[in-house]
Write a protein that binds this ligand. Structure first.
Ligand SMILES: Nc1ncnc2c1ncn2[C@@H]1O[C@H](COP(=O)(O)OP(=O)(O)OP(=O)(O)O)[C@@H](O)[C@H]1O
Ligand SMILES: [Mg+2]
Length: 250
C-alpha cells in the first residue's frame, strides 16, 4: 500500500510575548492512500495545528512530513505548490468562500492559481461538481450569502474537489451544521473515500468517526494519547481520556 502521508515527530510552540503554548508535541503518524484517519480531542488539543502544518500554513518548529514519498517544506510558494493535490476544508463555510464572488467564481478561483481555465468548459465542470453535492447548477450564479449554512458547506466541498485532490483535510467541517446535514456530508465523504481519496477528518465528536474513519488518533494537550482502529477504540478505549470522549459522545 502506498503511504500518502508519513509524519515524523512534529513539534510546534506558539510564542507570544512572555507566553508560550506547546500546541503539538512529537506528533507522528502514517496514512495509506485511500485511508480515512480521524483526529479527535477536546478543544485546544492541537488538532487544527497539526492540520495547518500538513496543509502548509503553519510552520512546524521541528519534524518532517513526507507526502507521496517526498519531503514537504513548511512555508512559501514552494510549500503551496508541493501541496497542490491537498485540499483543506474548515468549520465555517462562509469564511472559506469570497462573499463578493458568485459560487461559480469561487470554484474557478480554486483552480486558476494552478492552471489556465476555459470559462465555458469550467462552467459545466463546476455544475457537475455541485450536482454531486446535491446542488443544482442554478447555485453557480448565487452569492455565498444566498445559500444556507449546509448549502455553503457543500459548495465549499465542491470547491475543494474541483482540482481533483488526493488528500482532503476536513477540520470540523460538520460542527456548524444540523444533524441531518451533518449525516449528508458524512455520506458524501464516504462516497469520496470509495473513489480513492484519502481523508484526514478532524473532529471533537468521536462518534462522528464511527462510519467514516478506518483509524483514529486521540489527542490531548498536543500529544497523542491513543491511536488505533476505529472500532477497537470506540468499543475498548484504553485511556481514561478516550473513555471520557466516548462516553460523552454517546
Ligand atoms: N496562532 C496561534 N497563536 C497562538 N496560540 C495558538 C495559535 N493557534 C493555536 N494556538 C494554541 O495552540 C493550542 C492548540 O490549538 P488548536 O487550534 O490546534 O486546537 P484544536 O484542537 O484545533 O481546538 P478546537 O477543537 O477548539 O478547534 C491552543 O492552546 C491554542 O490556543
Ligand atoms: Mg481546531
Amino acid at each position: 500500500m502506498t503511504k500518502i502521508l508519513e509524519i515524523k515527530n512534529l513539534n510546534k510552540t506558539f510564542k507570544k510575548a512572555s507566553e508560550s503554548t506547546k500546541a503539538v508535541s512529537d506528533f507522528s503518524c502514517t496514512m495509506d492512500e485511500g485511508e480515512c484517519i480521524g483526529i479527535v480531542g477536546e478543544s485546544g488539543s492541537g488538532k487544527s495545528t497539526v492540520a495547518g502544518i500538513i496543509a502548509g500554513f503553519v510552520k512546524a518548529d521541528s519534524g518532517s512530513i513526507f507526502y507521496d514519498g517526498k519531503e514537504l517544506v513548511f512555508k512559501g510558494k514552494a510549500a503551496q505548490l508541493q501541496r497542490k493535490s491537498m485540499q483543506m476544508i474548515f468549520q465555517n463555510p462562509t469564511s472559506a468562500l469570497n462573499p463578493h464572488m458568485t459560487i461559480f467564481e469561487n470554484l474557478k478561483e480554486a483552480v486558476v492559481y494552478y492552471e489556465k481555465v476555459d470559462k465555458k468548459a469550467f462552467y459545466d465542470e463546476a455544475a457537475a461538481e455541485l450536482q454531486k453535492m446535491g446542488l443544482s447548477s442554478e447555485y453557480l450564479d448565487r452569492y455565498p450569502k444566498e445559500l444556507s449554512g449546509g448549502e455553503c458547506q457543500r459548495a465549499t466541498i465542491a470547491r475543494s474537489l474541483i482540482g481533483r485532490p488526493r488528500l482532503l483535510i476536513c477540520d470540523e467541517i460538520t460542527s456548524a451544521l444540523d444533524v441531518c446535514v451533518q449525516a449528508e456530508i458524512i455520506r458524501y465523504l464516504l462516497e469520496l473515500k470509495k473513489s480513492g481519496i484519502s481523508i484526514l477528518f478532524i473532529t471533537h465528536d468521536i462518534t462522528l468517526t464511527s462510519q467514516l474513519c478506518d483509524r483514529i488518533i486521540v489527542m490531548k494537550e498536543g500529544k497523542i494519547v491513543e491511536s488505533g482502529f476505529t472500532k477497537e477504540i470506540l468499543e475498548n478505549p484504553v485511556s481514561d481520556y478516550t473513555r471520557l470522549l466516548v462516553s460523552a459522545g454517546y
